[in-house]
Design a protein around this ligand. Structure first.
Ligand code: GUN
Ligand code: ZN
Length: 451
């Protein structure tokens, strides 16, 4: 290996990433025990066994050693609503009632710039604490809610895909736009933010239930004008929703056909859920290169149903994982993988650790067509990393002491782990979350007040 120059930072630990798809290749995971990843200028410049990378490091560069911890590409949360952070864990409703009862109230607060900015800060902090380095988020209908979250992500140099929600019917008046205003506001935001630094824009019709045919048409027109932008929406999450969409669009063959008629399928189109889909619909998603964000904590919480991940992958559909905060119950992609495993079990199938971590890293990057930039620990990739502590809690410590190899460690982490297992998060080569340094100091006055 030739000697590395410029300002290099190096991390040492067990490196884990994917060079292929473990749904079709049993040997897709690359593991380097006692490895080093070296970074400079926001990118990975070398990765491999310490014995090879160490001699190539410039004199004076000493790797930060993470011991037994695992170093992976940062997690991708492919579907989240930052504007729903305050309603996580709201009891007692399935999708359509839950939207009416909780969501629409919470989103109206984002008309306020200061509120949007405060929640955007909280949101970015939470992503980093959970090892998430790329997120795809819904905003509210208000352009200022988009400005706030892009501004915050830009300050932190995070990769973020976001967009203003389009909604012109079946929602409170304060939350609706019109087909024309939604188009105009989205276009202005897209032209300002798409491709600025690490930020990308998603045209974001909420779902077929809350957009008129004219609005879906306008969304399709805007996407045709900017085909390198994203299209982000919801699809076939709940049986009552599916029945309602059939009534709203009686001429369409099915739910997927509603979106296809308006030109809303294709590469960089990303739909959350996709639980209640026919073979025909799965076939159309695959044929058009449309991706699904599987959101198991949300699907279990709202009682929406069991997504058939293996069936979708067999069709050739790109699938990523989403937390779907606030219907989802955790910001943690580890917990999301754990619930994806349980949903697969209820479908009578197994989700291996390799398949789960692929879906949260390189698989998601492929779904988002960003796999030339994120999702792997190869030279040239953006240096977004997560460091996972295999002994973060007493239960993990006991369980992992005699683990049977790295895949077993990964599995234990996705079943037992959460933010406590995220030891560090790096964004473009910079330390953005350091669990042990950021730990809240004990507050003696509070502790002393306890009986
Ligand atoms: N379908 C339409 N809007 C939403 C939303 O905000 N959350 C979820 N989970 N599903 C939706
Ligand atoms: Zn959602």
């Amino acid at each position: 290996m030739k000697t590395l120059d410029s300002a290099v930072r190096a991390l040492r630990g067990t490196l884990v990433w994917f060079h292929d798809d473990p749904f079709v290749n049993d040997d897709a995971m690359r593991v380097v025990e006692d490895g080093i990843v070296a970074m400079a200028g926001g990118r990975i410049v070398a990765s491999g066994p310490a014995s090879e990378v160490l001699p190539a490091l410039p004199p004076g560069v000493r790797p930060m050693s993470y011991g037994r911890s695992l170093i992976l590409p940062g997690f991708v949360d492919a579907h989240i609503h930052y504007v729903q952070a305050q309603i996580v864990g709201s009891c007692g409703a399935q999708l359509l009632d839950w939207l009416d009862r909780y969501t629409f109230n919470a989103e109206q607060a984002f008309a306020e710039v200061l509120h949007s900015e405060a929640i955007a800060r909280f949101f970015c902090d939470e992503l980093l604490r959970h090892g998430t380095t790329t997120a795809v988020t819904f905003c509210a209908v208000y352009p200022q809610s988009v400005e706030a979250v892009f501004g915050e992500a830009e300050r932190r140099n995070m990769r973020l895909i976001a967009g203003k929600v389009l909604m012109d019917r079946n929602a409170p008046a304060a939350l609706t736009d019109t087909a024309q205003k939604g188009y105009d506001d989205s276009k202005t935001l897209l032209e300002k933010w798409h491709g600025r630094g690490r930020l990308l824009y998603a045209i974001t019709p909420r779902f077929a239930g809350s957009s008129s045919p004219e609005q879906l048409e306008a969304a399709g027109a805007l996407w045709r004008e900017h085909p390198d932008a994203y299209l982000h929406s919801h699809l076939a999450e709940n049986l009552a929703e599916v029945a309602w969409v059939r009534q709203l669009f009686p001429d369409a063959l099915d739910y997927v056909d509603v979106y296809e008629r308006y030109g809303l399928l294709g590469p960089r189109a990303l739909y959350a859920h996709g639980i209640h889909l026919s073979e025909r619909e799965l076939g159309r998603l695959a044929a058009t290169g449309t991706a699904i964000a599987h959101c198991p904590t949300s699907n279990l919480f709202l009682g929406s149903g069991l997504f058939r991940l293996h069936a979708a992958r067999k069709h050739g559909i790109h699938v990523a994982l989403g937390t779907d905060i606030g219907a989802g119950t955790s910001y943690s992609l580890l917990k999301t993988m754990g619930d994806a495993y349980k949903v697969a079990q209820l479908n009578g199938q197994t989700l291996t650790a390799a398949q789960a971590y692929y879906t949260a890293t390189l698989g998601a990057a492929r779904a988002l067509r960003l796999d030339d930039r994120i999702g792997a620990l190869e030279p040239g990739y953006e240096a977004d990393l997560v460091v996972l502590d295999v002994a973060a809690t007493p239960a993990l410590q006991l369980r992992t002491r005699n683990a049977d190899g790295v895949e077993d460690l990964l599995f234990a982490l996705m079943i037992l782990g959460d933010d406590r297992a995220v030891r560090a998060t790096y964004i473009a080569g910079e330390l953005a979350h350091d669990r042990d340094a950021d730990a809240q100091p004990r507050r003696p006055e509070v502790d002393a007040a306890r009986p």
